[in-house]
Design a protein around this ligand. Structure first.
Ligand SMILES: C[S@@+](CC[C@H](N)C(=O)[O-])C[C@H]1O[C@@H](n2cnc3c(N)ncnc32)[C@H](O)[C@@H]1O
Length: 473
């Protein structure tokens, strides 16, 4: 093998870093798609920006549309998702530790590596276009470093790199699958614990979690039926939610659809619809017109519950601690019989005696990683302890606020057992509240496991990984 090609290139650390770019205001470059992707990667790293908010706003500021916008989207989201896998491979191809490589340069190497390994762009074009970016921003010596690293990466395809850098599946199945599907190990382990699998099902779950999710709409009850909405939007009725519509992947921006602009429909994952509906399913004796949503912002489930209750003549109280998120709830539930309150759900200033209470608790969001490309690399296991305390306290508060015979639903968008079964077991032990078989509240949904709680999964149900437990007070 050619010695120059096998020698690990060094660079970045002691040399002049790429000039700081001036952010979104700078004029579009010759390669607007890649430049936009690079700028968003930097905003994610430096400012903790959300890629799925930063990118659309930057595309619109720079008037990037059509194929360039599609390419920028693919490169930005794909690179954010695959970061851990890309870093492992880049690390193999550089003689410097990644921590010694200038962070801007590392971002562009990730962008180049992603193109080489996970797109149909020919490897030589991926290398050349990335090196051009570096040359334009950082000068020729850094371009040389980038060229050497990326050319080494292009000597193998993704499968071959995984075989080289991942731990052997026989020694460490979770570690192997985590790297193969570009997830942090602790998250792959959390999925494995929840599924009871370190084999094929874990691989399916991680693969589905690494894919672009379908977009679902909620047809607002009382406004439009799912069949009508599907006919207007060209989507199809969702498999399980009577109010859900699954959009065709080529539909474009769902916010531009007429029924969404006019407020007859909103974007909402089918799993969220099912979890909200589950709280309405168990029978309660006597009055059933006073419901509470204890963690309501930004108002997705309050919208569905409020619409159902408005049709029946009841009222939903929607509590949200953050004022700006309470505003979102107000907007989402305009025209419905919903009272929005800014309050702390742990000790709200409310009259107890609700017929149904939903606790859609703050959580790690490990069940919706598909929707936030960078989220899997930002979350930390240390987030769990504080969230766990909050989740327990909110669920205990919900039990206190519910009348005897009423129903409480505990929902999190996470399969992590410490946020799901751990919280449920603790609250059942402390209060003696009776857990219901939540599977009965998900009619016609297959593969719900042994119960009594329900855990939805992208690979089984095509939804986010929502967890739902139901209780009778
Ligand atoms: C998972 S989100 C709820 C999503 C919402 N149910 C929906 O479907 O759109 C959790 C919400 O709880 C809010 N929250 C956090 N701590 C709270 C507290 N102590 N009391 C009330 N709300 C709280 C957060 O600001 C966040 O908006």
């Amino acid at each position: 093998m050619n010695e120059r090609r096998t020698r690990k290139p060094s660079g970045g650390g002691n040399r002049r870093p790429p000039q700081k770019r001036k952010g979104p205001q700078r004029p579009p470059a010759e390669d607007p798609a890649r430049m936009a992707a690079w700028d968003v990667l930097r905003a994610v790293r430096e400012r903790d920006a959300y890629a799925n908010l930063a990118l659309p706003s930057l595309l619109s500021q720079r008037r990037i549309t059509g194929r360039d916008a599609a390419l920028a989207t693919e490169l930005t989201y794909g690179t954010c998702r695959a970061r851990g896998l890309l870093d492992a491979i880049i690390g193999e191809c550089s003689d410097r530790a990644l921590s010694d490589v200038d962070p801007d340069l590392l971002d562009v190497l990730r962008l180049g590596a992603y193109q080489i390994l996970r797109t149909r762009i020919p490897p030589h074009a991926s290398v050349a276009s990335t090196v051009d970016l570096v040359r334009g921003e950082g000068g020729s010596h850094l371009a040389g470093f980038a060229n050497a690293v990326l050319r080494r990466i292009s000597e193998r395809d993704e499968q071959q790199w995984i075989e080289k850098v991942a731990p052997p599946v026989e020694d460490d199945p979770v570690g192997h699958l985590a790297l193969r599907h570009a997830h942090p190990r602790w998250i792959a382990q959390a999925f494995a614990d929840a599924l009871g699998s370190t084999g094929d099902e874990l691989a399916d779950a991680l693969a589905a979690d690494d894919a672009r999710p379908d977009v679902h709409l909620l047809a607002r009850p009382g406004e439009i039926s799912a069949d009508e909405l599907a006919a207007i939007t060209g989507g199809e009725p969702a498999p399980y939610s009577p109010y859900g519509v699954r959009l065709d992947p080529g539909t474009g921006d769902p916010g531009e659809l007429e029924p969404v602009r006019e407020g007859f429909a909103v974007v909402q994952d089918e799993g969220s619809q099912l979890a909200a509906l589950a709280v309405t399913r168990p029978q309660v004796e006597g009055s059933d017109l006073r419901w509470l949503d204890l963690c309501a912002g930004p108002g997705g489930k309050a919208n569905l519950l409020g619409a159902l209750l408005t049709v029946d003549g009841g009222t939903l109280d929607a509590v949200e601690q953050a004022p700006h998120r309470a505003d979102l709830v107000r907007r989402a539930t305009e025209g419905l019989s919903v009272r929005v309150r800014v309050d702390d759900g742990r000790e709200p200033d409310l009259e107890p005696g609700y017929d149904r209470v939903l606790v859609d608790a703050p959580c790690t969001g490990l069940g919706a990683l598909r929707r936030r490309p960078e989220a899997r690399w930002r979350r930390q296991p240390s987030d769990l302890a504080e969230l766990g305390r909050l989740q327990r306290t909110l669920l205990l508060s919900a039990v206190e606020l519910t009348r005897p015979g009423g129903v409480v639903g505990y929902v999190v968008c996470s399969p992590h057992v410490s946020e799901t079964e751990g919280v449920v077991a603790d609250v059942v032990r402390r209060t003696g509240v009776r857990q219901l078989d939540a599977r009965e509240a998900f009619p016609d949904v297959p593969d719900l496991g042994a119960g009594p709680s329900v855990q939805l999964w992208p690979h089984r149900h095509g939804t986010d990984a929502m967890f739902c437990a139901l209780f009778r007070v």
